[in-house]
Structures are given as C-alpha cells and as structure tokens.
Design a protein around this ligand. Structure first.
Ligand SMILES: [Zn+2]
Length: 458
C-alpha cells in the first residue's frame, strides 16, 4: 500500500513537472520564437538573413536607403549615401547591433508566428520602414568628417526626430571590404559611435558643472576669479590654455577657464556634482526604438582633490556618449527637459505609431534659460556666429578632451543647438584625435548646419 502511494506521488510529481515544463516552453516560444528563427545560426536563413525578400527602408524624404528585388538586397545607388547611412540602416550581417536591419528584421522579413519562415519567400509580406533621417545631412556629415573617426548627431529638440546620425569609420554595405576585421582604418567600424562611443567630454562638461552651480548656489553668477593660467588644487596644478584674468561664471564658460570650473566643482562637492551629472544622463544609458547607448560615466568617489577638480572640467575618468551630449543641449534649448530621440517614423501595414516622449527634467527652466544665454554669448564672443552659419542662430560649447598619452592629439567636441523656429535642432560632434574643438569640430557642425539651413524642420 505504501509502495503504491509513493508511486502515485511520483507520477503526480512527474505530471506536474511535465506541465510546468510545457508551460515554460510555450511561454518562451511565444516571446522568443521570432529571435530564434532569425538567428544567423538558423540554416534555413540565407546569408542576408532573408533580407533579400524584405521590405524597403526610406529616409524622411522618401529616398530609398535599402530594398530587395529578385532575391537580392540592394542599397541606395550613391556610394556616399550607403556609407553615410550604414550605421543606422545596417548591412546584410547582424554585426551592427543598433541598426534598423538588425533590430527590425522580423518586420522587414515579414516574420509570421504560425508559418515562421516556412511560407514561400515570395509570398511573405515584408514591411517597409520610414526613418526620420535626412540623407542630405547624412552626406554632409560624412564629407565633413573626412578621414577622421568620429560621430555626428543632430535631432529635433521639439519632436525628438533624429535627422542626422553618422559614425566613422564606415564602409560600403554593397562592397564590404575584405580587410574590414584586420585593417586599423576600420577599427570599430561595426559600432555606431553616436550610441556606442564613450569619450572624455572635456570642456563640454562645463555645462554640467555650470548647471550644478546654478541649481545649488544662489550667488554663483556673482562669483569672481582671477585666472593666471594655473592654480594648485590639492597636490597638483589645474591649468588653463592662457591667463584669462578676471572671470565670472559666464566668461569662464565663454573662454573655458579650467581653474574657475575646478574650484566651482570643489565648492559644490562630490555629492551635488554627482547628483547633477546623473540628472543630466550620466551613469545611465539611453534607449529608443530598440537602440541603446552605452553608459555615460561620472564616478568621483575615489578621486583625490585635484582629480575631482579636473572632473569638473570633463577630465579624470568622466565619459560621455555623443547622444547624451546632444540630449543635454536639447534640454537647455527646451526649458530643461529633453525630448527623447527617435528614428523610426513609420512601419507600413502595422499599427506602429510614434509617440512623443520626454526624458527626466535635467535642470530647472531658469537654469536652462541661463545656460542658453551663456552658450549664445560664447558663440558671439569667442567662436563667432559666422563660424557656424550665415543664417542660423547657433548657441554652442566646444571641448578639447585631453588624452593622457603624450603626443596624441586630443578629441575635439562641440555641442549646441539652433534657436531658429524653422530649424529646432540640437547636436553634438566628436572628432577623434581632431585636436581642438574650435578648429576641428566647429567646421564639421557648420557644414551640416549649412545644409540644414536650407530646409524646414518645424
Ligand atoms: Zn583660466
């Protein structure tokens, strides 16, 4: 009797385990079948993951960026457009994790849960995707970057539409170079540096330190400092490019006084600096339309006094993604709250609809207004409005991010936005080893702005 009872219990247990397993795998199938089917390891897929029968990808003006015909995947006829749009559109491989052809492969290939890939390819209904990208700006950015490695992003700070997202080095998806994996010129070519590049922000970070000052010190605008080009903070000097004489918050930002901002960071303290940096996107990543950035980093808990002072001018271990940098400018332009970026405007035959959304408030409306005024003053009095565009009213801040290795050129940065109603774009540009932000990053931004000025992005 006891034996029978034990056996019954065993059978019951096994039955329960069977149904639990069945339930687990069914749930898994429903949620993950799409990913499994479209994994490159699936022998039923073709080399391009069935993109050869997939839908088309268009830019915001209807320019075809990718399409399929007779079992072949094609890209735009213009090689420069193919190269400029590579990191957004993707190639036939799945190496570009943040590309549309990777993230939206099931929509493009017409994946169906019931038939999976069993349906004849010619009968599958691949959906078409329209992006927010403007091919004219893409081309201008690629041309402006030239042989430099770097990244350019422009997005509408009112709607969130990303109109330009270019990363170099790049390559032609129709003629993938054979030495892509071995040639140093293509180092990191699979990465979209707008999202996956994290760089020392240099002086562009002074916007964060200035915001921390404006948010936490009532008298910060009245602070004066006499710059002699170097000042001992902690055990070492903090240095400036030249002796700037008497500066206040506004002129210290305009002429980029490291000594001023080093002292400001020290007086604010690690807690407030970290709080403000985190409000402005540091120690976090940004996600939109399936894309994801790496984290921007601000960690000062182990910094000594001198290192902490340098962190206030964007050096030490601080890292910034170009996308986050553009969002900071967007927040300044948009009363302290950044609109979330997006790249997918429309997916045919679907209920997809983009909904405008906002990130967390980065600063008060008053602080945003003051930073806006300071960036305006910086362009007017240091770089020159003419350096950007004949017609657009640009506010900006450059950065030159020093690299520790002796003799290696610094990374050149610029971030900013246009005040014009017809062109509400926020942007950031990084030119790796470009030298100074003023001489290398401004001309890149300016070239794209020149094309944007001809259009209406309202
Ligand atoms: Zn100085």
């Amino acid at each position: 009797m006891k034996k029978i009872r034990t056996r019954s219990a065993m059978v019951l247990l096994l039955t329960l385990a069977f149904f639990a397993g069945l339930f687990y795998h069914t749930v898994n199938l429903v949620f993950h079948a799409k990913e499994w089917t479209l994994m490159p390891i699936n022998q039923h897929l073709t080399a391009a993951g069935d993109l050869e029968y997939g839908g088309s990808i268009y830019d915001k003006n209807g320019v075809t960026l990718a399409y399929s015909s007779d079992g072949m995947r094609y890209y735009n006829d213009d090689e420069q457009i193919r190269k400029a749009c590579l990191h957004v559109v993707g190639d036939n491989s799945t190496n570009m994790i943040n590309s549309i052809q990777n993230l939206y492969r099931s929509e493009l290939t017409g994946y169906d849960f019931v038939f999976a890939l069993g349906m004849p390819k010619t009968l599958r209904k691949g959906k078409d995707i329209t992006l927010t990208i403007d091919t004219d700006l893409q081309k201008a950015a690629l041309e402006a970057l030239g042989s430099y490695k770097g990244a350019v992003v422009f997005y509408n700070y009112q709607t969130g539409a990303v109109v330009c997202m270019v990363s170099t080095p790049t390559y032609d998806p129709l003629n993938v170079p054979e030495d892509l994996e071995t040639n140093d010129d293509y180092e990191g070519a699979y990465l979209n540096r707008v999202l996956s590049g994290a760089y020392s922000p240099g002086s562009t970070f002074k916007l964060v330190t200035a915001a921390a000052g404006l948010e936490n010190m009532t008298d910060v605008e009245a602070r004066n400092y006499h710059c002699t080009a170097k000042d001992k903070i902690g055990d070492k000097d903090i240095t400036c490019e030249f002796a700037m004489g008497d500066v206040n918050l506004k002129t210290a930002l305009t002429y980029s006084c490291n000594c001023y901002f080093g002292h400001l960071a020290i007086d604010l303290g690690k807690k407030k600096m970290t709080e403000q940096a985190e409000k402005m996107g540091f120690n976090n990543s940004i996600r939109f339309d399936g894309m994801e950035t790496v984290k921007s980093v601000y960690h000062v808990s182990d910094a000594n006094e001198n290192q902490f002072a340098w962190s206030g001018v964007g050096q030490y271990t601080t890292l910034e993604t170009p996308m986050n940098m553009a969002m900071i400018s967007a927040a300044i332009a948009n009363e302290g709250v950044p609109v979330m970026p997006y790249v997918v405007e429309n997916i045919s035959d679907s209920d997809f609809q983009h909904k405008r959304s906002y990130g967390k408030r980065m600063m008060s409306e008053e602080t945003a207004e003051k930073l806006c005024d300071m960036m305006d003053y910086t362009v007017e009095n240091n770089y020159g409005k003419w350096a950007f565009s004949d017609t657009l009213d640009v506010c900006a801040k450059t950065g030159t991010a020093e690299i520790d290795d002796y003799g290696i050129e610094a990374h050149a940065w610029i971030t900013g936005f246009c005040k014009d109603e017809s062109c509400p774009l926020a942007f950031s540009v990084i030119v790796e080893h470009g030298g100074s932000g003023f001489s290398t990053a401004i001309p890149v931004a300016s070239k794209v702005l020149g094309v944007a000025a001809q259009k209406n992005y309202q």
